[in-house]
Write a protein that binds this ligand. Structure first.
Ligand code: AMP
Ligand code: ZN
Length: 484
């Protein structure tokens, strides 16, 4: 058992570093805003989910038991969620593809979960689909209306921000700023431009719509998360996560609705990740048409975990610039770790250590507990591999760090160490050739092994092997690296 250490996190609410303690000792409730399943999640989106995964794993590393919700938004997310206007993203995708929104949602969700698994993102305990929670959503709106926080207007229902004095506390926006920055859409029944919709009427031309006390319609995206969070985790949760763009309006609105309805503090910690950028300053986003998916990366020979490693090199709150060169460099770094771990697996584990394992473990734990400083945590990992610890101790530490980093270091070390019966025969022959100093024969055998996919390295402890044929190689397709 390792020493317990304080865990400090940057709370967007208040914008300061705070020591984390859950409401209930030992147990953490966490809500992560999930994907809108109208089109494939891109690697920018996955930066957000890798960050939430690192947070979750860090909490687990610190001994907490986690209940995490990461929803699937399959209705209600509008093309302009700041103004509460535009069209439903699911509905628009269905129309443009002449397909059912339900089929699109099912397919995109499947691919999302597949990609998340490839990135070693642990499955949350709950993954509710918004369309399964329409009942609790309507109940929540009814509470808001009955308490005077929301009002109906022509089949729509709006949240009245003037009734919630804390509105703006998360984002730093004032109602005056918001009114100044908003246009009132023609035909809207809002009392104030700053009010946002919690229910929108939907006519017979809409594919997805439900009956409600205000007529046929769909819930607002912000309201969906409030309803699912309260239903699955209760009125007060410990941590809520999302990308920076969620601070306003999405999370501000979640706070307003949830707290107005329950009278309790909705989430004690709010954590937000920075952008994956492209071209040094532009956010990777579907609407800008500059996205790459995990499958685009695979087409260029980038392993999914190289992307995970790439994101961990930066702090989750800082912008991270995507480029193929940077990704290829990350892949080289990860492969070096995998190969180093493979070599450790093939070494005798009984040597005497001449370095202090606890020093490395403390360094790692302190780094991740300092607002998830994964870049320092990775450098501790590299130091362990290059240290004077025994192979056994190194592997123990790597296994320990893997609980948070999840880079497949141990399974890949085993995969890279595998040899076939025929290859082992060649290795034994080569050992004999070297023993009798027949280096010409030894070189021939090395070439034969290489042709079979195995690279041999001679060390004072004997031959070490690395299977090279299981790892994808980055293809530098010049001229083809435009966003797709
Ligand atoms: P969405 O499916 O649009 O709701 O986005 C899913 C998650 O990805 C949200 O937490 C967004 O804030 C996050 N996100 C979107 N684009 C990026 C990006 N370029 N970099 C980091 N996170 C992003
Ligand atoms: Zn949300």
């Amino acid at each position: 058992m390792y020493a317990s250490r304080p865990l400090t996190l940057m709370n967007t609410y208040g914008r300061q570093m705070e020591e984390f303690q859950p409401l209930e000792p030992g147990r953490v409730t966490m809500y992560t805003c999930g994907p809108t399943v109208y089109s494939y999640a891109h690697i920018g989106n996955f930066r957000a989910y890798i960050f939430a995964d690192i947070l979750r794993r860090t909490l687990e590393y610190n001994g907490f038991e986690i209940t995490q919700v990461r929803n699937i938004t399959d209705v209600g997310h509008l093309t302009n969620d700041t103004l509460s206007t535009g069209v439903d993203k699911m509905e628009a995708a269905a129309r443009s593809q002449n397909a059912s929104p339900w089929d699109i949602a099912r397919h995109i969700t499947e691919v999302f979960l597949d990609d998340a698994a490839k990135l070693n993102i642990e499955a949350p305990e709950h993954m509710p689909r918004a369309t399964e929670y329409i009942g609790p959503m309507i109940d929540l709106i009814e509470v808001l209306v009955s308490r005077g926080y929301a009002y109906a207007a022509g089949g729509d229902v709006y949240f009245d921000v003037s009734k919630f004095p804390k509105y703006g506390a998360l984002s730093g926006n004032t109602i005056e700023d918001l009114i100044g920055g908003h246009r009132v859409e023609v035909g809207e029944g809002k009392k104030s431009p700053a009010d946002f919709s919690v229910w929108r009427s939907a006519g017979p031309d809409k594919i997805m719509r439900w009956d409600s006390p205000w007529g046929m319609g769909v819930p607002g995206w912000h309201l969906e998360c409030s309803a699912m969070a309260i239903d699955l985790l209760g009125p007060e949760i410990d941590i809520h996560t999302g990308g920076e763009d969620h601070i306003f309006p999405h999370h501000e609105d979640e706070i307003a609705q949830s707290e107005a309805a329950t009278g309790r503090r909705f989430s004690r910690f709010w954590l937000h990740n920075g952008w994956l950028q492209i071209g040094d300053s532009e956010k990777m986003s579907k609407s800008l048409g500059n996205i790459f998916t995990l499958s685009d990366l695979a087409d260029r020979g980038i392993h999914p975990l190289s992307f995970r490693y790439f994101t961990l090199q930066a702090h989750y709150r800082t912008p991270l610039n995507f480029s193929w060169d940077a990704l290829a460099a990350a892949q080289t770094g990860l492969y070096r770790l995998w190969e180093g771990a493979a070599e450790l697996c093939q070494m005798a584990t009984s040597e005497q250590p001449t370095d202090d394992a606890t020093k490395f473990q403390a360094g790692f734990h302190e780094a991740i507990n300092r607002d998830l400083d994964t870049s320092v945590a990775l450098s501790v990992l590299h130091s362990v591999v290059g240290s004077k610890l025994s192979a056994g101790e190194k592997l123990t530490l790597i296994g320990d760090f893997e609980r948070v980093l999840a880079l497949d270091l141990i399974p890949m070390a085993k995969t890279l160490s595998q040899t076939s019966g025929a290859e082992r025969t060649l290795l034994r022959e080569r050992e004999t050739a070297r023993a009798i100093r027949d280096f010409a024969r030894s070189d021939v055998l090395r070439d034969q092994l290489r042709a079979s996919g195995v690279e041999v390295k001679d060390t004072p402890g004997g031959q070490r092997t690395i299977r090279k044929d299981v790892l994808p190689s980055f293809r530098n397709d010049d001229g083809e690296d435009e966003p797709g």
